[in-house]
Design a protein around this ligand. Structure first.
Ligand SMILES: C[S@@+](CC[C@H](N)C(=O)[O-])C[C@H]1O[C@@H](n2cnc3c(N)ncnc32)[C@H](O)[C@@H]1O
Length: 254
């Protein structure tokens, strides 16, 4: 399990912050699958520091519930990502503190791989979704992993990352078992901003990605030494960007 109450919470915003434009690209991607009426009630499940939560309220009118088990991540959200139509609540995906059929959409944004009990969590998602509501599984999938440039610096990172995620078929199977019908195709969302090697290094070296929680110290040290040297040599090099994978899951009418 990754501890989001400690060091990770202190570096998350600096290491993984999104610009308003990136948030907007995400809400546009969700909009394509959600009903046209406004307002919509949404749940940001594993809302962390509230990177996306106020943006959801802006785009869809709210209320938006940000449910998050880590006290520290939630406190940061409450102080830095407050919005009149957002309510942050302590809770987990396995026990969502909302009534049955109460939300139009659920966002699981890079939180699903942290859930202790994924089948139970998907049952809970189905319980709180209104019939016909949509859940968004923004995740990596073990068989669709992006070829991130920094994997070359940390020899076990690629395997560690792939080991955290289900394959696309396994994720679809779990969703169906919970009464959520996956769309046939993964949606590829283009939101990542182009960054230079220096900018990429500055974010990476904060180790705000949970991958680094699973790597040995010597591998981390060696990797960052090599990466720092390359960033000094060629700071303006433009690094490749990758589209992000997302699966839309629709709740069957009961
Ligand atoms: C990588 S962060 C993503 C946070 C946010 N969704 C974002 O994109 O910035 C993963 C989050 O999942 C949360 N999490 C871990 N276990 C969870 C669970 N069982 N139910 C809900 N959220 C969980 C963590 O506390 C953490 O805030």
């Amino acid at each position: 399990m990754v501890d989001y109450n400690g060091r990770l919470s202190t570096v998350y915003t600096a290491g993984r912050g999104m610009t308003a434009d990136e948030v907007k690209r995400w809400t546009d991607a969700f909009q394509a699958h959600l009903p046209g009426e406004r307002p919509l009630t949404l749940l940001d499940l594993g809302s962390g520091t509230g990177r996306l939560t106020p943006g959801l309220a802006e785009a869809f009118g709210g209320p938006v519930y940000g449910v998050e088990p880590s006290d520290r991540m939630r406190e940061i959200a409450e102080t830095t990502a407050a919005h009149p139509d957002v309510v942050y609540r302590k809770g987990s995906a396995e026990a969502i503190p909302l009534p049955e059929a109460s939300v139009d959409g659920v966002l699981m944004f890079l939180s699903f791989h942290h859930y202790r009990d994924q089948p139970k969590a998907l049952e809970e998602v189905r319980r709180v979704l209104k019939p016909g509501g949509v859940a968004f599984l923004r995740s990596q999938f073990a068989d669709l992993m992006p070829d991130l440039f920094w994997y070359d610096y940390f020899p076990s990172a690629r395997e560690v990352d792939a080991g955290m995620y289900l394959s696309l078929d396994a994720a679809k199977r779990l969703a169906r078992q919970a009464g959520l019908e996956p769309a046939d195709d993964v949606v590829w969302v283009h939101t990542e901003l182009p960054r230079t090697l220096r900018e990429s290094y500055d974010r990476l070296e904060l180790r705000a990605l949970s991958t680094f929680e699973h790597l040995p110290d010597d591998e981390i040290e060696e990797g960052f030494t090599r990466l720092a040297a390359d960033a000094d040599r060629d700071p303006d090099k433009q690094m490749p960007v990758h589209p992000a994978a997302m699966l839309a899951l629709r709740s069957h009418p009961r």
